[in-house]
Design a protein around this ligand. Structure first.
Ligand code: GTP
Ligand code: SPV
Ligand code: MN
Length: 615
């Protein structure tokens, strides 16, 4: 195919356009260039020199602000369009051929119809911009079956961020070529073409946004947004929505989970995976600073966990990401010193945080002392009595994962680690105890499938509304949610019963009558995890309740936790029958959505729960 004639005059030459021997990739890149009509096509090699050049260009364009090197070396701040600050679930689609395969939790449109809408939007959408081609791999490149992707984007901010979040560049491309491997084509445009001579804005985007997945093709088309999960397509779009479909077909699990290794003073290591909805504490738990004597924590992952069944029937988890895209507000020297140390090493991109007068960044909760003067995320003067947050509630830090001092060496292991416990957790002011151990594996899957949480600023829309969020995957299941629960059920059946992880439900966000948190959280969560490990070993004081086992008042190690008493533990783990009867009704309503697709084991679990509250 000769595309030189149909391409914009400014495309350098055919050489620049096809620097790959991977024929499908070359053809796709040519096809996209023909449709989007960029001024230039550039293949991202992933090098430091290239990154320096791109960030310099972004500074020149006003997209990035270089921070003071003495405070945050080699780091930058970006400020988005105020209407482009979070994932847009209303604009996210799963376009399976059959509507049934998208299920009730997803927006759906016929793939042909969607393609024709998208082709129209993408036609000429990159005019006046450079089209970047980013080869990447999710998970280690030396995995048995590396999970390749190629993102095409017209945003250099996306390139710079993808370089932190995923393994990218020429090394990946060469291996992909050598294997003539399948890759997920992930197409992204901010949807803001530039006319000849038209000046650019710091954060180009389009009012109209489309975040679209074609599960059968395993392809992604994202239009109109430059933000996080909408634009860094290796993350939620690939590693959760598309990967969940691949996982369904291949017999594994792609989950919205952190992975933490906790080692006891006796040297016993436990790998704990935890699924919490967006902005509900994954990164914080993944970087836990234990407050109990002699316990050591190591990070394996903070947002995504791909789990396969090992040769002995054990569940093994791998973090496919390469960086952290963490919620900034609430991340501070007292709550999360490990994250702060990683950030302080630099090489980070901050989005929608506030700027300090000395060229650093700040956000609510970073330091106990609030700066007297800041420039807020929208560029306005800010003082403590401005009456509004300085940083956007969903402002983020994007930082290489290897800057975490507590990163486990096992992070690099392509085989992953055996998972010993799974926690499901949400943000609930009432009803849900601090920690509950499932009565059985099936009861644990029930806990996951009925998980609920108050919505947060991580997605556009109302904040603080309780919704069901199965396995914290509600916005990320790339197929029918009923099939997803059946897939969990099927995987369960393939696990060695002796090696099946124990499952727990946690809630760091329960409130007391006076409105405060019922549990101090953060590093103190190590006390809850200690009890979890004791339960794994068959110990740990526990009391049976209708919903599962909760710690007895004296079973949580409270040594050194001043002012927190066993009575407070009792209040934090209380199961209120009235609250739970309402909860059970709500679960029944939730389950009704699944119709016949609900696994029988979960139906039985609900019946059992209802019965126990009746008794
Ligand atoms: P995503 O990156 O959106 O998936 O979020 P996440 O699940 O990684 O959440 P993160 O750890 O960034 O925490 C989100 C917010 O919850 C931050 O403001 C934290 O300060 C707060 N938070 C995290 N853990 C705790 C806790 O144990 N107790 C309390 N009270 N707040 C917490
Ligand atoms: C989440 O919302 O779960 C995130 C942030 O981790 S984003 O990358 O925007 O999806
Ligand atoms: Mn997340």
């Amino acid at each position: 195919m000769d595309m030189s004639v149909s391409l914009n005059q400014q495309v350098r030459d055919d050489e620049a356009l096809v620097p790959t021997t991977h024929e499908e990739l070359a053809a796709w890149v040519a096809e996209v260039a023909e449709m989007t009509q960029p001024a230039d096509v550039y293949w991202v090699d992933g090098s430091q020199a290239e990154s320096d050049r791109l960030t310099a260009e972004l500074v020149e364009a006003g997209t990035l602000r270089k921070l003071n090197d003495d405070l945050f070396p080699n780091s930058y701040a970006a400020f988005s369009d105020p209407a482009d600050v979070a994932r847009v679930e209303e604009r996210t689609f799963i376009c399976s051929k059959d509507e049934r395969d998208a299920g009730f939790t997803n927006n759906w449109m016929d793939p042909q119809e969607m393609k024709s809408i998208l082709r129209e939007r993408f036609t000429g959408s990159m005019r006046g911009r450079t089209m970047y081609v980013i080869p990447f791999v999710m998970g280690p490149l030396d995995a048995e079956q590396p999970q390749y992707g190629v993102e095409i984007t017209d945003s250099a901010y996306v390139v710079a961020s993808m370089r932190i979040m995923a393994r990218i560049g020429t090394g990946v491309l060469r291996k992909m070529e050598a294997e003539n491997a399948f890759f997920v084509p992930a197409l992204h445009s901010v949807g803001a073409p530039l006319a000849d001579g038209e000046a650019d804005v710091p954060w180009p985007c389009n009012e109209e946004k489309w975040i679209v997945h074609f599960p059968e093709e395993r392809s992604i088309w994202s239009y109109g947004s430059g933000y996080g999960g909408n634009a860094l397509l290796g993350k939620k779009c690939y590693a959760l929505r598309i990967a969940s479909v691949i996982a369904r077909d291949e017999g594994w699990l792609a989950e919205h989970m952190l992975i933490l290794r906790l080692t006891s003073p006796e040297g016993r290591a436990y790998n704990i995976a935890a699924a919490f909805p967006s902005a509900c504490g994954k990164t914080n738990l993944a970087l836990l600073d234990p407050t109990i004597e002699g316990w050591k924590a190591e990070t394996l992952g903070d947002d995504i966990n791909w789990m396969r069944i090992g040769k002995d029937g054990e569940l093994r988890g791998v973090n496919p990401e390469y960086g952290l895209f963490g919620v900034a507000p609430g991340t501070g020297w007292s709550t999360n010193p490990n994250a702060m140390r990683a950030i302080a090493k630099g090489n980070s991109i901050f989005t929608n945080v506030a700027l300090t007068d000395d060229g650093g960044v700040w956000w609510e909760g970073m330091t106990d002392e609030v700066p007297a003067h800041l420039t807020d995320w929208q560029g306005n003067e800010w003082t403590p009595d401005s009456g509004r947050p300085a940083a956007h509630p969903n402002s983020r830090f994007c930082t290489p994962i290897d800057q975490i001092d507590m990163l486990s060496q096992e992070y690099y292991n392509p085989e992953g680690v055996e998972i010993h416990a799974i926690l499901f957790g949400g943000r609930r002011k009432t009803t849900i105890p601090l920690v509950t151990e499932a009565r059985s594996w099936a009861n644990g899957v029930f806990m996951g499938s009925t998980l609920s949480s108050e919505t947060t600023a991580a997605a556009a829309g109302a904040v603080g509304v309780v919704r069901r969020d199965p396995m914290a995957m509600l916005p990320f299941i790339g197929y029918n949610a009923g099939d997803y629960l059946n897939h969990w059920d099927r995987i369960s059946g393939q696990l060695n019963p002796e090696r099946r992880p124990k499952i727990f439900l946690v809630n760091w966000f329960r409130r007391t009558a006076d409105g405060g948190f019922a549990w101090p959280g953060f590093g103190e969560n190590s006390r809850v995890l200690k009890w979890v490990t004791e339960r794994i070993e068959g110990g740990g004081g526990a009391r049976e309740t209708p919903i599962g086992y909760v710690p007895t008042a004296d079973a949580l190690d409270l040594a050194g936790l001043d002012g927190f008493t066993p009575e407070d533990v009792e209040a934090a783990v209380r199961v209120d029958a009235d609250e739970w009867r309402t909860e059970v009704e709500d679960i029944e309503t939730w389950y009704a959505n699944f119709g016949d697709a609900l696994p029988a084991s979960l139906r039985d679990e609900l019946a059992g729960l209802k019965e126990r509250f009746r008794a």
